[in-house]
Design a protein around this ligand. Structure first.
Ligand code: NAP
Length: 337
């Protein structure tokens, strides 16, 4: 088990994030919260072809929502789309091809999506990765930061105008409990200094997502923002990036459906919409974004400075003029709409 997960287990109790933890927490869930129809509402889910994202897509499609799956691999996404349609009987499920680590493509995708669709009610920033050695994208961004932080920032910012003119809009970002041991770092965003520690970089990105959500919640009153920890769920990412942890936790990890439960609750329930915007959730409850020892708090100015840095990086990769976007290429044009 990684050092991070050992320390978090110490503070939170190994029980809370596991399947048992979900079962204990779910005894207090209000069943009728998810007893809703979302026919006529549209949901964009990044990384919806596997794990927690696919489970969320199934839960939303079952309730009648239109699902836009944003995925980087056409075959995997198309296979998942077929599974989702077959399992739910809902045909309003569309695939859009996008690699979240390619900043300019993320801008272009958001621009094209806004042109093509009249509304987007919910964005679920679920795609995430922990690339285990330092890799740099063609645009010069470290891959984990590019995918988990900058891509999320650009997609959300690019879609704001569409979300803001849609009814009851929500943005949910899938963070991780690992972020509890990270203080926001505004220097070395590209992890260029010192040895590359992938779990630490991942956890820092997840802290950054929580800070972005909190700051957006303050600035955009018309949209409901939330970040969430799904618990420890048995998914491809966990098996591939933390194999020892995965082996040790056999039988105790949550299912992908249990991991997706809070996202689905945040996306569809009236109860979630009634909570203050910008908070961090676990098992359908707003929970503190810091452990009791609280060395991870940052001054408000630093959090604002971080948003400013993201804005600069995002602007540096923004294509010059919306009118120049090509309608071909890896974007909505390749969707199955
Ligand atoms: N499972 C857990 O215990 C756990 C705990 C805390 C947080 N999380 C978070 O939950 C989210 C979902 O992860 P998961 O556990 O469900 O793992 P998963 O099954 O591996 O799903 C991750 C998804 O993200 C996609 N993705 C990764 N990099 C991408 C990129 N550059 N562009 C587009 N899509 C990309 C993957 O696509 P491919 O299939 O093409 O790789 C996949 O669809 C992640 O944000 C993860 O950090 C999971």
């Amino acid at each position: 088990m990684s050092l991070y997960r050992n320390i978090i287990s110490f503070f939170k109790g190994i029980h809370e994030y596991t399947r048992n933890g979900f079962e204990t927490a779910s005894a207090h869930f209000v069943d009728s919260d998810l007893d809703v129809s979302v026919v006529g509402r549209s949901f964009m889910i990044t990384g919806a072809n596997s794990g927690i994202g696919k489970a969320a897509a199934i839960a939303i499609a079952k309730r009648g929502g239109t699902v836009h799956m944003v995925c980087r691999n056409w075959e995997r996404a198309e296979q998942a789309r077929e599974d989702i349609c077959r399992e739910t009987g809902n045909k309003e499920v569309y695939v859009h091809l996008l690699d979240m680590s390619e900043a300019q493509k993320v801008w272009e995708f958001a621009e094209l999506f806004k042109k093509r669709y009249r509304s987007l009610n919910v964005l679920i920033n679920n795609a995430g990765c922990m690339v285990t050695s330092r890799e740099v994208s063609t645009e010069g961004f470290e891959k984990n930061f590019a995918t988990n932080t900058l891509g999320v920032y650009i997609l959300t910012k690019g879609l704001f105008p569409l979300l803001e003119r849609s009814s009851n809009p929500r943005v949910i970002t899938v963070s991780a409990g690992d972020m509890l041991l990270q203080k926001l770092r505004t220097t070395d965003l590209q992890s260029e200094k010192g040895p590359y520690d992938a779990p630490m970089v991942y956890a820092q990105n997840k802290r950054q997502q929580v800070v972005m959500t909190q700051e957006w919640g303050k600035d955009h009153a018309g949209v409901h923002f939330a970040s969430a920890h799904p618990g420890w769920a048995d998914t491809a990412a966990v098996a591939a990036t933390t194999p020892r942890f995965h082996r040790l936790m056999q039988g105790r990890l949550r299912t992908a459906e249990q991991g997706a439960d809070t996202l689905v609750w945040l996306a569809v329930s009236n109860s979630a919409g009634a909570t203050p915007s910008g908070l961090f959730f676990q098992d359908r409850q707003a929970v503190p974004a810091h452990l009791p020892l609280a060395w991870t708090h940052s001054p408000a100015e630093e959090e604002l400075a971080f948003m400013g840095l993201l804005d600069e990086l995002a602007a540096s990769s923004r294509p010059p003029a919306a009118g120049r976007f090509r309608l071909s290429g890896q974007s909505v044009a390749q969707s199955s709409v």
